[in-house]
Design a protein around this ligand. Structure first.
Ligand SMILES: [Zn+2]
Length: 394
């Protein structure tokens, strides 16, 4: 059995035991065996190992957990972005442009895009990435989207209810029936989660409830796109269905915040339903940011994710999202780092990632900086010096 010691870590973010909410340890080392962390402690007391990775006094963090991304698509929407920056509003209608391109693409073209974006994210420190379908919107195209997604992630999400496709525009009830029946049956073998875009112009609360309940009955966990473009029932529906995460949360009422806070675990470890904030979407659609401070002050567990997609947020950079969260959403740098690591893990109901403690997966990043603070303090700068996933440096 080969062991690897990462030592000479100036500042180790564990999200476990240590100083402050990030569980920080100084002059630390991490011992890795068979893809798992087996020991964390002071560098000076580190056990012997077969190999050594010298962190050079830099900061080491758990790998980023991006719990919301749409990577299975073809084409891009750069022209739509340019038009929006010139003053046109974002409505979500552009999703149909990507649906046309995705249906026309070959499996290999879709696979190449997923691999390119997954690789791009990994080089920027993202060791876990959720991947949704949602640009196929036929039984065959949703199933193949998830089959391709499952080649790159175990966190795959069936989003057949992204928008009502043009051919069903006059009969959305029939489309919902298709999603709950044959489409779900074809998608479920490749999916861990079910998701719905619950929004004016997409799916209303009754349709969303039917689809999520059908997914649940097929053994999938629930997540939901909610309250992005305006106030609505999505967040409370997510709480009602024990969603792991309600995503976007840009327009919340007091009752929405109370509903999320009401899912708090009795041991004080946060809420069972996580609010996942996606500031890349507000950046790219020039919209008001969600109020992270309000959620955090109410005791709601918050995650940060990229929403990487060709329309409303074409970034794969978790560091960029953390910088936005700190600058625009009143999160502290420590809260943003926690939300991008442990928070993302909670949003996926995982306890083996987002943390560096014995038993956790050996997913970590070595920064080209002395502290996690630099992630928000030095926006746009490539600070990821080295990435390790499953104990392996790719
Ligand atoms: Zn999304």
């Amino acid at each position: 059995m080969s062991s690897l010691l990462v030592d000479n870590i100036g500042e180790l973010v564990t999200n476990g035991t240590g100083e402050g909410p990030l569980g920080i340890r100084r002059d630390a080392a991490v011992l890795v065996e068979e893809g798992r962390v087996v020991w964390v402690g002071p560098s000076a007391y580190a056990p012997a190992a077969d190999r050594r990775l010298d962190a050079g006094g830099a900061a080491v963090l758990p790998g980023f957990v991006d719990s919301h991304a749409h990577l299975v698509f073809a084409g891009d929407r750069a022209a739509e972005f340019a038009a929006r920056m010139a003053g046109e509003p974002y409505t979500g209608g552009g999703i149909r442009t990507t649906v046309g391109a995705t249906r026309a693409a070959t499996d290999d073209e879709l696979r190449a895009t997923v691999r390119r974006l997954r690789g791009e994210a990994l080089r920027q420190g993202t060791t876990t990435m959720e991947i949704k379908s949602g640009y196929g919107l036929t039984v065959a195209d949703e199933a193949r989207s998830l089959r391709i997604a499952a080649e790159s992630s175990t966190e795959t999400t069936f989003l057949g209810a992204h928008v009502v496709p043009a051919e069903y525009a006059d009969r959305p009830d029939d489309y919902v029936e298709l999603v709950c029946g044959p489409m779900l049956a074809a998608a479920a073998p490749y999916a861990k989660w079910v998701d719905v875009f619950c929004e004016q112009g997409a799916f209303d609360v009754d349709h969303a409830r039917a689809i999520l309940a059908a997914g649940q009955a097929a053994g999938l966990g629930v997540r939901i796109h909610a309250n992005q473009l305006g106030p609505g029932p999505g967040v409370q529906l997510g709480v009602e269905l024990d969603a792991a995460s309600v995503d976007h949360c840009t327009h919340l009422s007091d009752a929405d915040v109370d509903a999320l806070a009401g899912t708090a675990h009795s041991d004080g470890s946060g809420t069972r339903t996580v609010a996942t904030l996606l500031p890349g979407a507000e950046f790219s659609t020039r919209s008001p940011y969600p109020d992270a401070r309000r959620l955090l002050d109410a005791g709601v567990t918050v995650a940060l994710a990229t929403d990487c997609n060709p329309g409303s947020s074409y970034t794969s950079s978790m560091a960029f999202c953390m910088a936005l969260a700190v600058r625009e959403m009143r999160m502290t740098p420590a809260e943003a780092v926690w939300a991008a690591t442990a928070g993302g893990a909670r949003a996926l109901r995982r306890d083996d990632i987002g943390v560096l403690a014995p038993g956790a997966r050996a997913d970590l990043v070595v920064l080209d900086a002395p502290s996690y603070l630099h992630l928000a303090y030095r926006p746009g700068v490539p600070l990821i010096h080295q990435v390790m996933r499953n104990g392996v440096t790719p």
